[in-house]
Design a protein around this ligand. Structure first.
Ligand code: MEV
Length: 415
């Protein structure tokens, strides 16, 4: 019987020892854990063992709002970063991505149950509006000093005895989870004192008050393929594919997953919360009752027009951003963006990623490029030493067959 008792109270050394014993780890496995011990990581999570690394590569010269941006992307999936670079290249043939951030507010929900009189609640909030906003701002005074903080309160009646008091907060350069939760709890305690039954107080990740709109016009000539498909043909098919996403949720989910390949990789590298972004984007894609694609591509004259609207609330301070050296490095690689610049960049990454994926799908299909890029992983999978990978990758590409059997055969021949 494995003994995990009191694991959380042990020092890291003791925890490592206990894990080695309980799981019969080999010396190599134990060494791997030790090599990836990280002092900051140990402070970040509970029952800490080691830092699990995610490969990070660069998306270069992404054209966003007149600038060419470098974007570090962290992902385990081969071909994502190549595709993003390909999308950026096509976008650079035109004026690049233009973005507009419509507002940047985060919603806190103070959820009330067993409300005796929802109309009286509305009156209470209206007559105590200034006081309730003050309570929220006093709970996080530095935010108000910087021009942010709680800006508005609304009452949303769900049924005769259930209602939500929403607080809308401007978190300035932060993502806002902490500040909004603190403010929501402060309002909740006043409402409790006033006799209301508060079920919970928490931010909503459905960031519909933080929408970024991004648009791009790509000259169709930039879409032509090496295999001889004209840019105009590719553009027409991309537009057709985009229409399918309004009709088939099965296709829309996959297209959005592709877009998230880029968005999540960049969000993760920036030290932001990938799950919050993911949840919001999918909810937004399902607004109106049918799940749809988050981008829209149409042809107008000689240009392919792409657009997207995303609920995106990110931060450039707070959370892991100030404490993880690699995150600081990633911000430096992006030239230390403001929060709006980061938001616009992430939306542009989504457009670039989606463009490259759909172009590949409607022309050569993704497997050709995908498998060629996955050849490196395949080589490692069949046991090639890192020094053997380039030769085996080249041999696989020459053979045009990307499966384990071929890889094993070719590796044996190389040896
Ligand atoms: C693969 O990770 C992503 C794609 O499936 C996206 C798409 O289908 O649009 C290629």
């Amino acid at each position: 019987m494995a003994n995990w008792q009191g694991f959380y109270k042990l020092s890291w050394q003791e925890r490592l020892q206990r894990t080695i014993e309980n799981k019969n780890l080999t010396a190599d496995q134990a060494a791997l854990i030790t090599q990836h011990y990280d002092m900051v990581g140990e402070q970040q999570v509970e029952n800490y063992l080691y830092n699990f690394g995610v490969p990070t590569g660069l998306l270069l010269e992404l054209p966003v709002d007149g600038r060419l941006v470098t974007v570090p992307m962290s992902t385990e999936e081969p071909s994502v970063i190549a595709a993003a670079n390909n999308g950026a290249r096509m976008m650079r043939a035109g004026a690049g991505v233009q973005t507009v951030i419509e507002s940047r507010l985060v919603r806190g929900q103070i959820i009330l149950d067993n409300v005796a009189d929802v109309v009286a609640l509305q009156t209470y909030v209206e007559t105590h509006l200034t006081q309730l906003l003050q309570v929220a701002n006093d709970a996080h005074p530095s935010m108000a000093k910087r021009g942010g903080g709680a800006k508005a309160l609304t009452v949303e009646v769900l049924d005769a005895q259930t209602a939500i008091v929403n607080v809308l907060v401007d978190p300035k350069a932060a993502m806002g989870a902490n500040v909004v939760n603190t403010m929501s709890e402060a309002i909740a305690s006043v409402l409790r004192q006033a006799g209301y039954e508060v079920l919970m107080a928490i931010l909503s990740n459905f960031a519909t008050e933080s929408l970024v709109k991004a648009k791009v016009a790509v000259p169709v000539t930039a879409l032509a393929t090496k295999q001889g498909m004209s840019g105009a043909d590719v553009a027409a098919k991309i537009a057709a594919a985009s229409r399918i996403e309004t009709l088939s949720p099965y296709r829309a989910v996959t297209s959005n997953k592709g877009m998230l390949n880029g968005i999540e990789a960049a969000v993760l590298a920036s030290g932001n919360d990938t799950r919050a972004v993911n949840a919001a984007l999918h909810a937004y894609a399902a607004q109106g009752g049918q799940y749809h694609g988050l981008t829209r591509w149409t042809v107008q004259g000689e240009e392919l027009l792409g657009e997207t609207t995303l609920p995106l609330i990110l931060g450039v301070v707070g959370g892991s951003i100030g404490i993880v050296p690699a995150v600081k490095l990633n911000h430096a690689l992006m030239d230390n963006p403001t929060v709006n610049e980061l938001t616009s960049t992430i939306a542009a990454v989504g457009l670039a990623q989606n463009l490259a994926a759909i172009r590949a799908l409607v022309s050569t299909g993704i497997q050709a490029g995908h498998m060629a890029l996955q050849a490196k992983s395949l080589a490692l999978q069949v046991g090639a030493a890192p020094a053997e990978v380039p030769a085996l990758t080249a041999a696989l590409q020459q053979a045009g067959k990307f499966n384990e059997t071929t890889a094993r055969e070719l590796l044996a021949k190389l040896r």
